[in-house]
Write a protein that binds this ligand. Sequence first.
Ligand code: KET
Length: 458
Amino acid sequence: MRPQVSLSGAHGSPTDRRLSALARHLADAHSAFSMDSQNANQTISPSPTAAFNGDSVFANVVRAPEDPILGVTVAYNKDTSPIKLNLGVGAYRTEEGKPLILNVVRRAEQMLVNDQSRVKEYLPIIGLADFNKLSAKLIFGADSPAIQENRVTTVQGLSGTGSLRVGAEFLAKHYHQRTIYIPQPTWGNHPKIFTIAGLSVKTYRYYDPSTRGLHFQGLLEDLGSAPTGAIVLLHACAHNPTGVDPTLEQWEQIRKLMRSKGLLPFFDSAYQGFASGSLDADAQAVRIFVADGGECLAAQSYAKNMGLYGERVGALSIVCRTADVASKVESQLKLVIRPMYSNPPIHGASIVATILKDRDMFHEWTIELKAMADRIITMRQKLFDALSSRGTPGDWSHIIKQIGMFTFTGLNTEQVAFMTKEYHIYMTSDGRISMAGLSSKTVPHLADAIHAAVTRIV
Ligand code: KET
């Protein structure tokens, strides 16, 4: 038995600290004899002496830069100008510039609060069963043969990011190919999520700055020369940051190429319903891959389409060849999740399940979702018109051609810095603006800023 020594004085007076160090020394001396060294090591802080001479044991920690997307909000919050405008993070705002809680979400929350039978017990490791089933149906379609044949395993995740991470960890552990191809450019967190999970990240050509459209030839060439079995990250719809998606015919060509080379599709679906306003239309790319009977992964997020950003609710589905494989895969997903965060939170998933399983609520959601998508489309037209009326040099038709939450403006880093400094407009340095953060009132201010930036800084 280890001696019962109190270390509670570690943060008290110098005498307390000395006594506590002595106690620790005695305890450690004891454990060296009575415990195996691995267990003993877990109970000792690595270098207690540094704390006693006044230096922090973390003194050599280097300050990290802010996140390229979330750091924009940090900078925006520090700005005291009344005209400041945050077009950085992809978060929906109303015409009044306020965050939006959907009516159907409020209604679902009220029902949950009023339901006295609800408890706050732990969910199973893979989350809320109803939520998982309904999420799979939402992305693959209610009549998907893969679901009917029990070939899909779905686990609840910590929004899109957490679901991608669980998928990445699973692949790094159990898939024979460790290389993942991500589009160039892509959401800034993708390379970090996959690298940290142990995958090796390569890029494929996606966007052509000269046409401001898809670099389809480059995409086919790069995936065509990828090693057999490589994983390929695909944005299910509303590609971030470019707002450029393949057409259905192009998706079909991508599918054929990938299947012929045994490349494994990993879909990131963070904007289902936001691109076209239709949940089914925005899931088409995923569904054509599932329809051929092949395997794939899909990470879903309810952050944007249900406005549940901070609730962190999403799902990871893995479509397998057989029900037997799917159930084995699920057993291994549990081993990935349990030591990471044990099990997911209950509230957000309950909101989603409440809405998805009720016909009326589901319908109400689709109407509110369409209204958000439509407001964004209106902002595109208004910004395009405002630049046209100012005679701003350049072709700005990509603003109305691109889809989803973002416009990839083509503005360079210097122009972005100028707009932030002179006009208090905040956006990511790659020239991406969140159209969802714009309103009729703020369009003229943005158009003035873009006009000034492109005429003064070439
Ligand atoms: N995938 C993509 C493509 C994506 O744009 C985001 C978020 C996510 C996944 C993850 O979202 P989650 O909140 O974990 O469900 N993008 C916006 C917010 C962010 O960067 O975190 C953005 O690009 O602004």
